[in-house]
Design a protein around this ligand. Structure first.
Ligand code: FAD
Length: 393
């Protein structure tokens, strides 16, 4: 039971709780996908009164986007590309936004040229000066692969499928920068996500639905939260309101270890620093994202947003990403000891009544946006079932 920590309360006066005698059915912490989807569902579907808070000055969590000084729609927390195979998730979000077709493409800066990643037939042709059929490409990769008897680490996964040379060109440096750990120290799940192709398909994702919200994520969230039963408070930390607001149930999409005052220690996260800049040229790079696997530069990738939005502008806006140990929690570090530590917090969470942990930080798992939406919709269904069981509806 966390005592108030004496932080400076930064809420504007008019949002303090003059008027909450009747209280809220739900207090939801975090206005990212997890918190906002649940707020919308509970308000619309079950007519619940919801207070949604976020410690940041905006809604949309890490998917937050806004127009910069040049008028270009940029993503404050790095590029967020929407893709899903779930029809349910796509049609749910389509209630709040129209879409712009966009298939994500990524190039990697390797051997002083830009080549497709995931590695495909074109990548091999460019790197090795070859002319290949898909069969040749498969044969070539087979000749490079170095079978590993027991695949445990991220290094094993890649060396086993494409061999050490391509592993070193594309994965070793990138992973070391991204995670601050050698791939040999990281769970195999990290690099298992990246496929290898023997055709010329250069799309980063293979999902059936690949589109960007037409007017951006923030606008989509605004539409989602535009409901008389939902009150949103920004610049508001859970600690500031947990003893001030009356509510029946809590949904918490912040870091689970923080909720329990780091009782068993801190769950490790990898963070990022972003450098946003606008340059006086119409185009900067041929695709939205270029990866820089070499350890000779500190950034891991550069994003150019106009590829995502289709905007026409004489200038162009970019984001450089620099991985870091400290800062906002972005990526749970997938190592067995961290999973073990999370399980301790999960057991505590299971034993805490009237609190549900949701989202990426609440469940210490790297989820894409569509997975978080899917998770929130399932949580909502379970709440409906429980209310039906209890005879509340
Ligand atoms: P968040 O969006 O992190 O929202 C949680 C919110 O809770 C935050 O706004 C935080 O301020 C607030 N909060 C936390 N603690 C408190 C507290 N104590 N009090 C008040 N508020 C609190 N997914 C994709 O599908 N495609 C991509 O291309 C993609 N790219 C990504 C790139 C980067 C750099 C990162 C970091 C993630 C990316 N993701 C991508 C993942 C995506 O960001 C997440 O799936 C999504 O944001 C998760 O939503 P969430 O609601 O769980 O968490």
């Amino acid at each position: 039971n966390g005592a108030a920590k004496g932080k400076v309360v930064s809420m504007p006066k008019r949002t303090r709780f003059a008027n909450t005698r009747s209280g809220f059915d739900y207090l939801i912490v975090g206005a990212g996908f997890a918190g906002s989807v649940l707020a919308e569902r509970l308000a619309t579907g079950l007519d619940k009164r919801v207070l949604l808070i976020d410690r940041r000055p905006h809604i949309a969590g890490n998917a937050y986007d806004h127009y910069d000084d040049a008028g270009i729609l940029i993503h404050r927390y790095g590029p967020h590309i929407f893709h899903t195979n779930s029809q349910q998730v796509a049609s749910y979000l389509s209630r709040f936004t129209k879409w712009r077709p966009y298939e994500h493409k990524v190039l990697a800066h390797v051997d002083n040229q830009l080549v497709p990643i995931p590695i495909n037939l074109t990548t091999l042709e460019k790197l090795y000066g070859l002319k290949l059929t898909p069969e040749d490409a498969a044969e070539f990769l087979k000749s490079k692969a170095e079978p590993v008897a027991e695949i445990r680490t991220s290094e094993d996964v890649v060396v086993n499928s494409v061999g050490r040379e391509l592993y070193e060109k594309f994965f070793r440096g990138y992973t070391r920068k991204q995670w601050g750990l050698d791939p040999s120290e990281l769970d195999k799940s990290v690099t298992s996500r990246v496929p290898t192709r023997t055709n010329t398909d250069d799309r980063y994702f293979g999902d059936s639905f690949q589109q960007m919200p037409l007017h951006g994520y923030t606008r989509m969230f605004e539409n989602m939260l535009d409901h008389p039963n939902i009150k949103v408070m920004l610049n508001t930390d859970f600690e500031e309101v947990r003893h001030e607001v009356q509510y029946d149930k809590l949904i918490y999409s912040g870091p689970i270890d923080e909720f329990f005052d780091f009782r068993f220690g801190k769950l490790p996260y990898r963070s990022l620093k972003f450098r946003h800049e606008t340059v006086d040229q119409e185009n900067f790079q041929p695709v939205a994202v270029v990866n820089y696997p070499s350890e000779s530069v500190a950034h891991t990738r550069i994003t150019e947003y106009k590829h995502l939005t289709g905007q026409v502008n004489p200038r162009t806006s970019l984001t450089y990403e620099f991985p870091a140990d400290d800062g906002d929690p972005y990526y749970p570090v997938p190592r067995p000891e961290n999973a073990e530590l999370y399980r301790k917090y999960q057991a505590l969470a299971d034993a805490t009544p009237n609190v549900t942990f949701a989202g990426r930080l609440g469940t210490y798992r790297y989820y894409n946006m569509d997975q978080v939406v899917g998770q929130a919709l399932s949580m909502y269904n379970r709440i409906v079932e429980a209310e039906e069981r209890d005879g509340a509806i």
